[in-house]
Design a protein around this ligand. Sequence first.
Ligand code: SF4
Ligand code: SF4
Length: 187
Amino acid sequence: MLAAAARAVKGKLGRVRDGTVRRAVKRVTLWRFRVDLALTRAIRRARGERPYRLGGECRRCARCCEAPGIQVGRAVFHLRSLREPFLWWQRVVNGFELRSQDPRHRLFVFHCTHFDLATRTCDSYDSRPGMCRDYPRALLWQPNPEMLPGCGYRPQDPRASSLLRAIDAQPLTPEQRERLRKGLRLE
Ligand code: SF4
Ligand code: SF4
C-alpha cells in the first residue's frame, strides 16, 4: 500500500535522477557553497561566536530529506525579483518543489523530488546539494539547537570536557550529575 502510494506520488511529482548537465551544474554550485560556508563561519568565529560541537552519528533515517528547509535573507524572501529566480533554481537544479513558507523565520520548506518515500533513499546522492551534505551543522550555530526527532546527531557544548570535570568535582548525587550533563548538553 505504502509502496503504491509512494509510486503514485513519485509519478505525480516527477522524480528525475540527475543527468550529466545537472550534475555538472551542481558540482560548480557545491564549490561555491563550500567557499561561502567556510568564509561565513570563519567570520562568525572571528567575531567570537562558538558553535556547538557535533556529537553522535547519522542513523540514515532520512528524516532530514522529508521536508528540507532553507532560511533566506529579507530581500530574497520579500522581493519577487529575487524570490522567483531563487525558487526556480531550487526547483530546476536541486529538485526542490516549494511546499510551504514561514514568513516569521523567512523559511522556505520544500518537497525534494529526489527522495524516494518507499525506500527512504536519495536517487541522486552523489550530486546532492551542499546543504544536504552539511546537515545538521548549520543548526549548531543556533543558541539552542534542536535536531529532528530520531536524528542520531546531537549538539555538544564546546566546553564539555572542562564543565564535566567541574561537575565531577562537586558533591552531587549521580542523578544530579546526569541532569546537569543532559541540561547543559555535555554528553
Ligand atoms: S537531494 Fe537527496 S539528500 Fe538532499 S534532501 Fe533530497 S533526497 Fe535528501
Ligand atoms: S535526520 Fe539525522 S540521523 Fe537521520 S539521516 Fe538526517 S542527519 Fe542522519
